[in-house]
Write a protein of this length. Structure first.
Length: 323
């Protein structure tokens, strides 16, 4: 992989710094990482501060809540289980045996009068549907129906509580349309039940360990918490302000017993350093093998299948309906 010239690297650093400095910075801080197929860094730069309320600088060792980047790691775990014969992509019987809750989940609908009701599934859910977001599950922060039907109690997408995942209805009929949501949380639950270990243990033994990755976890240590980037939110004028962390439970538990009881949310639960997450992307660019450790986490044909377009026609139909 060709290296950047010194001039190009400095130009990129200067450009990034423009966004985090001055009287009205556009971002509080940034960690920018670019890795090649060889799993080596092409460019890395940290700029700005960890948050508006601190003078601590952003560094390459700053830890972030990885949010939906977790889904990519969970996808690797899922496809490893498929390769090993533990899970099948299209076997609804197997999925319902591992997750009986999916047998009876129904589809939430709203009448023309605004009332809510539930209808049975027309099709059974498969593991493939969970992986490509066509099972029908959604997020309350994105879907008005799901948010409104849960009131006055509400539904927390980021409670770190397994019940908030397994108790929610479908928003669409399985297999009929793309719906971004909690499907990957369900996929993580399926991996746990098929392997009989927590998703944390599975990730550490089958993904992070072979890659010599040490920072990514569902259960951040006190040291990891001390390096955590603050959370911010945009205001209507395009500025930003600091907010309390919305994924609190993993950050406030103390004992190993408490950490062991945490729900390992396969859709959003990991914390880690950007540079180490970039190693996982590089692995997929290199057909499932880490060029640094030579660990083959997935077969090349599996990685090729993960890159295959699965639902472009579904997305096209959705966009066409809106337009």
């Amino acid at each position: 992989m060709p290296a950047m010239t010194a001039a190009s690297a400095q130009g990129l650093r200067d450009l990034i710094d423009q966004y985090t400095t001055g009287e009205n910075p556009k971002l509080p801080g940034v960690v920018y990482c670019a890795f090649g197929q060889d799993s080596l860094p092409i460019f890395q730069h940290a700029s700005g501060k960890k948050g508006l309320s601190t003078t601590q600088p952003m560094t390459l060792d700053t830890t972030f809540w990885l949010l939906s980047f977790t889904k990519l790691i969970t996808s690797i775990a899922c496809m490893q289980c498929v390769e090993r014969g533990l899970l099948k992509l299209d076997d609804a019987d197997q999925l319902e045996e591992l997750a009986p809750e999916l047998r009876h989940v129904q589809v939430l609908q709203r009448t023309a009068e605004g009332d809510f009701h539930y209808v049975p599934k027309k099709s059974r859910i498969t593991f493939r549907m969970l992986l490509n977001h066509t099972a029908g599950f959604g997020y309350a922060f994105e879907d008005d129906k799901l948010a409104e039907v849960a009131r006055p109690v509400g539904l927390d997408d980021f409670s770190c509580d397994r019940f908030d995942v397994i108790s929610r209805p479908l928003l669409n009929q399985p297999g009929e349309t793309f719906q971004y949501g909690t499907s990957m949380d369900w996929a993580g639950i399926i991996v746990e039940r098929a392997t009989r270990v927590s998703l944390e243990t599975y990730f550490q033994e089958n993904i992070f360990g072979p890659l010599d990755i040490t920072s990514i976890t569902f259960q951040p240590s006190e040291e990891t918490k001390s390096r955590l980037a603050h959370m911010h939110q945009r205001d209507v004028d395009g500025g930003f302000y600091e907010i309390d962390h919305i994924y609190r439970k993993p950050l406030i538990v103390k004992t190993q017993e408490e950490k062991g009881d945490l729900f390992c949310a396969g859709g959003h639960g990991c914390f880690g350093k950007p540079a180490e997450f970039s190693r996982i992307i590089a692995l997929l660019l290199n057909d499932g093998q880490d060029a640094r450790t030579k660990a083959q986490l997935l077969r090349p044909e599996t990685v090729g299948g993960m890159r295959t377009e699965l639902f472009l026609s579904l997305l096209y139909n959705q966009v066409s309906d809106v337009v």
